[in-house]
Design a protein around this ligand. Sequence first.
Ligand SMILES: Cc1cc2nc3c(=O)[nH]c(=O)nc-3n(C[C@H](O)[C@H](O)[C@H](O)COP(=O)(O)OP(=O)(O)OC[C@H]3O[C@@H](n4cnc5c(N)ncnc54)[C@H](O)[C@@H]3O)c2cc1C
Length: 538
Amino acid sequence: MSRRANGYDYIIVGAGAAGCVLAGRLSEDPHVRVLLLEAGGADRAREIRIPAAFSRLFKSSVDWNYSTEPEPHAHNRQLYWPRGKVLGGSSSINAMIYIRGNRLDYEHWKSLGNEGWGYADVLPYFLKSENQQRGASQYHGTGGPLCVSDLRYVNPLTQAFLAAAKELGIPPNPDFNGVEQDGAGPYQVTQRNGQRHSGADAYLKPALGRPNLTVLTEAHATRVLLESNRAVGVEYVSQGETASVVADREVILSGGAINSPQLLLLSGIGPAEELKRVGIRPAHELRGVGKNLQDHPMVSVGYLCRQPVSMASAESLGNLLRYVLFKRGPLTSNVAEAGIFARTRPGLDVPDLQLIFGPAYYVNHGFDTHKEHCFGFGPTLVAPESRGEIALRSADRLAAPAIRANYVSTENDLRVIVEGVRLCRRIARSKAFRTYSGDELIPGSSVTSDQDIAEFVRCALQTLYHPVGTCKMGQDDLAVVDAHLRVRGIEALRVVDASIMPRIIAGNTNAPTVMIAEKAADMIRAGSDRTDTSVRRH
Ligand SMILES: Cc1cc2nc3c(=O)[nH]c(=O)nc-3n(C[C@H](O)[C@H](O)[C@H](O)COP(=O)(O)OP(=O)(O)OC[C@H]3O[C@@H](n4cnc5c(N)ncnc54)[C@H](O)[C@@H]3O)c2cc1C
């Protein structure tokens, strides 16, 4: 293919978890020229590095600071949705928990007609991406770009949580990404030497010296340029000016589950009637763009702690010094230190409840504070039936889209979180917590019946920050991309990020997104039409 002046072979939109993987992997080939466009800026904020400070990044300059539309099953509340707008994307502001989900999640993706996405197909890409502190095994890799570590600091309350789970008959699980997902255990985190290891740290920074990789920050992509049914470039806005850039081979959208569908819609790719309604001329009808939105809702359940051991003293002078000098101590904690995966009813193929524990008062995304020592749980629905959507509010290229999460729209979704709240209470009443548990602050001891707890859930639920599914991979009418992540009906255009998941996985979504991008990089390098059969090691 001929190279046009100023052209790149690949243009990647979005330097998030997926975009950084692609930029790093594709630019390993010195013969291709790669451009990475990122709407946010450099990842210089100190709080990005310090694990315990992640919630300080919320509503800051590195956050898109989205809100949902009024949520019909949550008392019409408009819920805050942080998303990273910075190199590393949401992997620069997330809670660093390293979870892959359940092997059956991937079997399900495959059963929907997505050849090459079963567990045996994706496991090699998890291993390829990974630099596992515990060493290599059947389930783990070493020598990959992304550092996966045990927490350097584990709070005594977290030890009590693990002991309590055992007391209740929940089996210990030292590795949620190994043989079994169910059980209780400490989380591993994407950290290196006690500091966050984002997608940008792992994949992008080591590649920045390559002459064939160009990174443009503060470049907000506003449209995919199409010539008949082929993507030929990207229009973007930088410092108030509109510019465009040409891709000789492919345009790859990695803007995440909110922005990738938004960009397709702004480019006229989506449900034709909806596009016309906001004044956009349809270029290619794809009914599923923005549909199939799935997320993990959770509530905070909080207790007073009768001993002064919680994260409330994490920022003491001594702890600051420990962190600055040795990268040790409570500031290396990701706050959400351990968890449980459980099934709330028989007959489920994957866990539907993830119960997160933190030795801290984590309420309203950390914006609400409490002057005393506290601890808390985050019972989270991880196999939701509810589906929402991303849609355009207008043709304004820089405006936020409408987010309709549609949380707990089924009775079962609500029930799982109610069961989760009950499990938190059993743990807080256990022998292991006897010396720690004080009054229940949230929801409070007066909230006892299923009905009362369900009402509490509707009043208090929030996102666990895992939106996916809005450009889903598949073969049905609502599928946006095929199993090679190519946009159906458009040449030279792919979507590679969390939006392609056909069904949300039962767990945190960063590691699966990295896996998706590793696999996509192999597919792109192998040529679009070839099914990759083996993982390339570089
Ligand atoms: C607060 C928070 C906590 C989380 N905690 C965890 C956790 O502990 N463990 C876990 O596994 N997952 C966690 N997640 C989820 C995880 O980080 C995401 O699933 C993952 O980052 C998704 O990757 P992505 O590449 O799809 O999108 P992102 O990482 O969000 O990247 C998208 C990138 O594209 C850029 N972009 C978007 N639109 C445009 C445009 N038009 N032009 C140019 N650039 C654009 C964005 O600025 C961003 O950099 C958390 C997320 C958040 C927000």
